[in-house]
Each structure stands twice: as C-alpha cells, then as structure tokens.
Design a protein around this ligand. Structure first.
Ligand code: GLA
Length: 433
C-alpha cells in the first residue's frame, strides 16, 4: 500500500523541516506566524465536529483492494473490538470504491462487482451498527489512484460537484474525504475547488464532516501547513501521507514518518478548535509495514507516540489497521480511554512545548483544570526527561497527583517530573489537584 514514491533522500525539504522544528511547538512562540485565512466563514460546518472526528479508513491496510465485505467486516469489528464504544464512529471507504464510468445521468456509482448492492446499502449496514459512513473523492478530474495509474478512469468531482454532493447525501454519507490529487496547485484554484464542494455539501442540508487534503500531488510545501482552511473544511491535512515508520528522510512533499509529521504539525498548534481540526493524517498504529524499508511498521513505543501525540494535538483519530485481525495490543492501545479523553477534551486547548525542555516536554490544559504533560523522546536511544514543577504553571500551595495514562499508575507530584523514556516513546501524565 505504501508505494515508495521516489524517496530521493534529504534535500531542501529537510532544511525547511529543521527550521520549522526549531520554531517551537508553542503557539505563544509564534504570534507573527498567523497563516492567511482562506475564507470569511467562521467554520465550514458548525456543529458537525465539536471534538476531533474519530473513525477508521480503508486505505492504509487495503488500498484499492476494497469491497463491500471488507467494509462490513470492518464495521462489525469496530463494534466487537470496542472501538465504536471507545469513540471511533466513522467508517470511511477511501479511494477505488467507484465504477470507472459515471452512470448515464452523470452520477457516481459503486463498482458493480465489488459493491454489488451499491453504496447506499453499505451505508445502511454501517448505520445499523451505530456507526457513521464516510466516502472519498477528489475535486479534480482524477482521484489519487487514478492520477497515479493504479486505478482506471477519470471520475473526480470536477464539474459534477452539486450532483456528487446530492448523491452522497442521498446515500447517507456523513463524512467526505476530498483529496486534491493534482500537481496543479494554484492557490486560487484550490480555494475555488474546495469551496465549491463545501457549498454543494451545505446545499444538501445534511450534516457532513468535510475532510480535505490540499497536499496530494503538490510539489511545493504542502498548502495544508501554509494556510488556514478553517472556513472551508472541517479538517485539513497538514502533510503528505504518513507511513508506518519513524522517519523516511524523503522530504516534505513525499511520504513521512511519525517524527517528521509531528515536526511539521506541532508548529501549527493553535489553528485548530471545534469544527476545524488540523489533520496530521490517519493513525498508523497496527498498520503492517514493509520490512527492509523506512516504514517497517511502528514499534510499540512508536505506536504510543503516534496515538499519544495525536491526542496532545487534538488531532482526528482515524485508524487504519486491519480491523479483522487487530491484535489485543493494538486494540488495547487504540481504545485507551484516558488518552482518548485527552484527544476529545472539549476545550481543545493548544499543546505548548514547555520552555527549557528542548521540546521534549509538552503541556496542555484540559477542561476540568487538570493538565496533561507529554514527555517525548525523539532520539534513537532511551533518555531521561525531567521537568521542574515550577515549569508547569501549577499552584504552589496545592498537592497534585500525576497519573501515567499508559499504565494508570498515580504518584504524588514532587518538585519535578522525571522519567526514563524509551527511544521514540512518549510518556503521558495527567496531573490533577
Ligand atoms: C492520497 C491520500 C491518502 C489516500 C490516497 C488514495 O495519497 O493522501 O490518504 O486517500 O490518496 O489514493
């Protein structure tokens, strides 16, 4: 699935990433860094996503080999593994679901062999399990698989926006992933195309989460990191595709690993909030990698960093592991109630790098007044991370308890936080008075 798309080593992109990383993860550290807002609308769709959307998407494990049975079994597994009850609600059918030709009236249709009962029937199946239904399209002539030549046809939404939005609404779609998929990345054209579908979705009257990726195919710095898309979409991708590895060293316009996506996304915190979320791409927890490549699959420590830091960033949690053979360890991690509560905290306060910690320690305030501290070790060897209590902005006169969100253990907070953190691992502590 994770086609190695010309990973040509570190060039200009690495320098830029380094500069971006040095800017810091604290919104307070970059007041002059406000991005250009691309729309006058406050948010694209008020009320569709008061907290970051959670779900599961076909792409990372199945790519173009999807069919109705896979999606149905995934929906069943969302229920049986406890993912639905943990908060994962959207079942998203990514690229390659459609027939390669539109119907006579111009409407999109599911591939007749792989989705013989049609997409509305599949949406019904998903809805009957207490889940919501998502689907994929592109604003250009071709979807990304079509552009890349791995799927035939030209069935992007270009010129069909109203009809496609109406079709999706009639099928019961609750979430649209709309993926740029073109090397033509003129900003005016992007804003026009993404706004056209926003307006078409609005006109249906159906509440639909609108998830966009303005980066795919684009050869410059990803537009998802350069602009504020909050008036156009419910969530927007900040980088190109996240692969199940730590570091691909391929440059920002190619696929990236967990560390690189974090380095690109953390300087953007503060741009997100209810109904407008920064999307550092789908989780790769439990997604099989390719041995011998820079994306061999995540170690358990890297999986904790993927989920834990996405939660710190209030990122959408869209899993992509093969649900029908989710291991107990993957299921336990993905359904960790304490970490999901951090992600879904309604305050959605931006995480801030704690000054003086070289961005190894982050802090975020939750709506009940407690704080979460993340200790992230980006190094390849284990290391000790310490944070003095005075750096946490806590009351001097109160006693606090620090609960480790991975093992549930609580210890009284002393004059400092100190932890031995394994390579690429993240320790999450919830500190309450
Ligand atoms: C792009 C997106 C991926 C996936 C594929 C489908 O690469 O970023 O998430 O949707 O297209 O072709």
């Amino acid at each position: 699935m994770f086609a190695h798309r010309g990973l040509t080593g570190c060039r200009a992109g690495c320098f830029l990433l380094l500069v971006v990383a040095l800017l810091g993860c604290s919104a307070a550290s970059m007041p002059s860094d406000r991005p250009t807002r691309l729309s006058d609308a406050a948010v694209a769709f008020a009320g569709v996503a008061p907290t970051p959307p959670m779900g599961w998407d076909t792409w990372n494990s199945y790519g173009c080999t999807i069919d109705a049975g896979i999606v149905e079994r995934a929906a069943d597994a969302m229920v049986s593994t406890g993912m639905r009850d943990a908060g994962y609600r959207y079942v998203i059918v990514d690229d390659c679901w459609f027939a390669t030709q539109r119907a006579e009236n111009g409407a999109l249709q599911g591939d007749p062999v792989r989705f013989p009962d049609g997409m509305a029937a599949l949406a019904d199946y998903v809805h009957a399990r207490g889940l919501k239904f998502g689907i994929y399209e592109s604003p250009n002539a071709q979807t990304c698989a079509q552009l890349g030549g791995t799927y035939p046809g030209n069935t992007g939404s270009l010129g069909h926006e109203r009809l496609d939005a109406d079709t999706f609404a009639a099928w019961g779609v609750d979430y649209l992933k709309y993926d740029w998929c073109s090397t033509e990345s003129d900003l005016t054209a992007q804003v026009g195309a993404f706004t056209r579908m926003r307006d078409a979705l609005r006109a249906t009257g159906r509440p639909i989460v609108y998830s966009i990726n303005p980066n795919s195919g684009v050869v410059q710095t990803p537009p998802g990191s350069r602009y504020d898309w909050s008036g156009i979409a419910t969530m927007w991708r900040t980088t190109n595709d996240l692969h199940p590895g730590w570091e691909l060293d391929a440059g920002e316009t190619q696929g990236q690993g967990v560390r690189e996506v974090l380095d690109a996304t953390c300087p953007l915190v503060g741009r997100q909030g209810p109904d407008h979320w920064l999307d550092p791409d789908m989780l790769v927890v439990g997604v099989p990698g390719t041995p011998g490549t820079p994306y061999p699959g995540l170690t358990p420590a890297e999986q904790r960093t993927n989920l834990g830091m996405w939660a710190m960033l209030s990122a959408p949690l869209i899993a992509g592991n093969p649900l029908t053979f989710t291991s107990a360890a993957t299921a336990n991690l993905l359904t960790d109630a304490g970490v999901i509560a951090v992600d879904q905290d309604p305050l959605a306060a931006p995480a801030e790098a704690i000054p003086g910690t070289d961005e190894k320690a982050w802090r975020r305030t939750l709506s009940d007044g407690s704080i979460v501290v993340a200790l992230i070790n980006r190094d390849d060897v284990a290391g000790r991370i310490t944070v003095p209590r005075t750096a946490l902005a806590l009351s001097d006169s109160k006693n606090y308890v620090a609960q480790n969100l991975w093992d549930g253990r609580s210890t009284p907070l002393d004059h400092e936080i100190a932890a031995e953190v394994a390579a690429h691992d993240t320790v999450l502590l919830r500190i309450s008075g």
